[in-house]
Design a protein around this ligand. Structure first.
Ligand SMILES: [Zn+2]
Length: 246
């Protein structure tokens, strides 16, 4: 049995709620990153390919846990599908969702749902399977989380860029010691971190309830502080709640 498989079985055997972050790939032959945090600590960082593998890892959240997925999980209002030649497509206005337009106004650019339709179709499928199993997934966007928290987000395609993001995430994610992590694994860590912020009630949503919501850090509520780590080496991030929203 591999170390990863041993960790998966140990997590599955425990009943404590966990945060599972999934950086979903559009197709099975591309890497989907998966991260599992328990009580804020990174317990598993791995990759998956098939829907079945992804759903097995998502189940590690447990009945009371939280699953956060980086992919569109819903379609623009009024669309029956994302096909370009369907009458449900009317331009302008039916390619993106309100949440994408709100993020653009916050200077967090995204791609419109209809422009990433392969990923969006898989996102919808995974979300439906998760709901079937009794878990309502959160839609998240690692780029938005990193940017809003003031963390580095550039250059994750290069080893140097990934090292910068890894270094910035370490104080926020105890147990993260994977400088070799792929860009999808790092994104999965940020998805799981966003799920954890959601559990701490330090997030808000953008979008329309009847269309689709995305969960992002709520800068009116949270303060991110850095303190010396208890080990005496490096720093540790501490989340605090603002007494009064700004
Ligand atoms: Zn249609």
């Amino acid at each position: 049995m591999t170390t990863t498989e041993r960790k998966i079985r140990a997590l599955a055997a425990s009943k404590a709620p966990a945060c599972v972050g999934i950086d979903l790939a559009g197709v099975e032959h591309r890497e989907t990153g998966v991260a599992v945090l328990r009580e804020g600590r990174l317990e598993l960082l791995t990759s998956a390919s098939t829907d079945a593998e992804i759903l097995r890892l998502a189940a590690l959240a447990g009945r009371r846990g939280t699953v956060a997925v980086n992919a569109p999980l819903t379609r623009p209002l009024g669309r029956c599908c994302l096909d370009d030649d369907c009458p449900c497509r009317r331009d302008p206005g039916t390619r993106s969702r309100q949440l994408e337009r709100e993020l653009a106004r916050m200077r967090v650019p995204t791609l419109a749902t209809a422009l990433i339709k392969v990923l969006a179709r898989r996102g919808e499928r995974i979300a439906a399977a998760l709901r079937e199993s009794g878990c309502t997934p959160l839609e998240v966007y690692p780029f938005a989380t990193l940017k809003l928290l003031g963390l580095p987000w550039r250059g994750k395609r290069t080893a140097e860029g990934r090292r910068d993001i890894h270094r910035a995430l370490r104080p926020l994610v105890p147990g993260l010691r994977r400088p070799d992590a792929s860009e999808h694994q790092l994104d999965a860590v940020v998805c799981a971190l966003t799920a954890q912020l959601h559990r701490l009630k330090l997030t808000r949503t953008v979008g329309l309830p009847g269309e689709g919501l995305m969960t992002i850090p709520d800068l009116d509520r949270l303060i991110l502080e850095y303190h010396p780590a208890p080990s005496g080496r490096g720093v540790q991030a501490v989340w605090k709640r603002r007494r009064r929203p700004r």
